[in-house]
Design a binder for this molecule. Sequence first.
Ligand code: ADP
Ligand code: MG
Length: 706
Amino acid sequence: MCEKATNVEAIFNENVFTMGKMKERLPKKVYAEVKNVIEHGGELSPATADVVAKAMKDWAVEMGATHYTHWFQPLTGITAEKHDSFVTNPDAEGHMLMEFSGKELIKGEPDASSFPSGGLRATFEARGYTAWDCTSPAFIKKDATGAILCIPTAFCSYKGEALDKKTPLLRSLEALSEQALRIVRLFGNTKATRVTASVGPEQEYFLVDRELYLQRKDLIYAGRTLFGAPAPKGQEMDDHYFGVIKERIGSYMKDLNEELWKLGISAKTQHNEVAPAQHELAPIFNTANIAVDHNQLVMETMKKVAKRHGLACLLHEKPFAGVNGSGKHDNWSICTDDGINMLDPGDTPNQNIQFLLVLACIIKAVDIHADLLRQSASNVGNDHRLGANEAPPAIISMFLGEQLEDVVKQLIETGEAASCKEGERLYTGVSTLPDLQKDATDRNRTSPFAFTGNKFEFRMVGSSDSIASPNTTLNAIVAEAFCEAADLLEKADDFDVAVHDLIKEYLTEHQRIIFNGNGYAEEWVAEAERRGLPNIKSMVDSVKSLTTEKSVKLFEKFHIFTKAELESRAEILYETYAKAINIEALTMIDMAGKQLIPSVISYTTKLATSISAVRDACPEADVSAQTELLIETSSLLAESKKALEALKAATAKAAAMEEGENQAKAYHEQVMPAMSALRAPLDKLEMMVDKELWPIPSYGDLTFEV
Ligand code: ADP
Ligand code: MG
């Protein structure tokens, strides 16, 4: 049976207060003022804000909304909301009017003392402020709980320190715009007034049956399995990747798409991913700020719709050991408001040189700040991917593709790029540059940072993480490189010669970051070390890169973070790590102690009873199979019990430590290994104990029976 087709054009943006709706509902002058602030920054006058707020409220009420919320992104990595209704005091006759003022639209004061602030907000000034970010449109969240008008906001302390992920992102976008404009001006562009980063995140996720999910405490509390023997079949047949989408999953995707389209999220691509039960969704790219907000909504909607379909959506980076984990490829480019993608090689010699300068700047930025980029993609779950058994590696390198790498090589060697592997020559006046063909870039799946024709794909980001930090970092480091280049070039007597020399200099100095080979190979680790590239193996090890002198200088220069803000973030990251591993350890202790070990005891008792019963009934019978099983299971049982006690001790010791780097290290270096030591014998036992007695669904049940 096929349901009636959805009218996508009709539902797209249904729940968003778009520019179009503002145009319809606002007086011309007010609309013009709002548009100007959205496009060029600045503040709305109080009178205008009142008019906008009223129009927004009227629309929201027509849509069924009774409440509004300042929707923000605290450092928990997810979003937060506190609902206020439009209800006001009734008049003497008892009539009440729904109201929403400009002041309420622009600024909120949630009592936000329970959000992580890393010491930035002393308890006596616990108040946090939310401020409307008009560059991301207001929208309505509609579900069984009702309809809520959500106003995207930035979240700051009383003193204006950023307490969220959006504030630094917006600041980094400002910095990037300002510095990138200097670059395009150098090449004669007088029209562009703003440059922005465009981002398209590909979101990977797993879907499992909700009934089975609810039988596993590890999935409920930790979002990943903490025990589990591999299923007989994994991903080795490559039959899931791009495979036919099962009807149950397809029906989920259909609903998910519709929900997203209503929110103005242009869900575009969907497919099965490599691991069983793993899938991907990619939207069409958007400006970085909106892309970040949308990605939060995508993650939230994925979970919500899953429930409705009797499914559970797992966004964890590594829900299952032994099969691929999930990431989020962050596709990133820089575009001017007159429509030029600065990462597009372009058709004219002038554009080509500009492209090469931009490329050289990015190569320099990524090389100098490889540690920061690595940090920006770190989270607790991603430790199971980066530098662990799977891709991408923890070492930052850049993939340019054969053609572009060849051009870079020629520029370094001779200062010219006279020949090209494909395509024709272009005479530029400064040097001969080949026609760079977009489609000539080959695919490399192992690089953490790959050029893909007109954008970079940052592949390290974890599937559950906000994409705010990676993009803030990218914007910041590239703004710095643009700034340094512009400082030199604006003063140059002979621009053509200067730009030519600068490109050569940057490429020569930073070529070590370029690597087109296999990033998974053992040899690369040794080669990267020879090149002096950082190999930061874990989240805990990555945190200190935030507060180095180099990092503070970068972020303070462009007013993205103050030193205090960076220090507070580092502190929060250590705390987050410790808390997350503590939850995982406690969950393992709970499951092992109350579920798994008791079921092994039942099984050994069953074996022992069987041995005596068989012997009693028939003394000549061979009971060697039962006896061997009993010996083996009992020995693994003893090992499990010992490991359980060791894990309890390690966890208690780490939990008693003072919060901070040392505590995080204790969780990483003591508790994590103790967790593995407990898992190992219990995973073996899962393969021996009667399936009827094993209290939790297996990997096979979870990933193949969806
Ligand atoms: P693949 O899996 O081949 O890498 P997908 O089509 O799954 O590609 O995803 C590519 C993502 O990159 C999409 O979200 C797409 O909108 C985005 N993208 C395309 N062009 C740009 C660009 N110029 N800037 C940023 N993102 C882009
Ligand atoms: Mg893809």
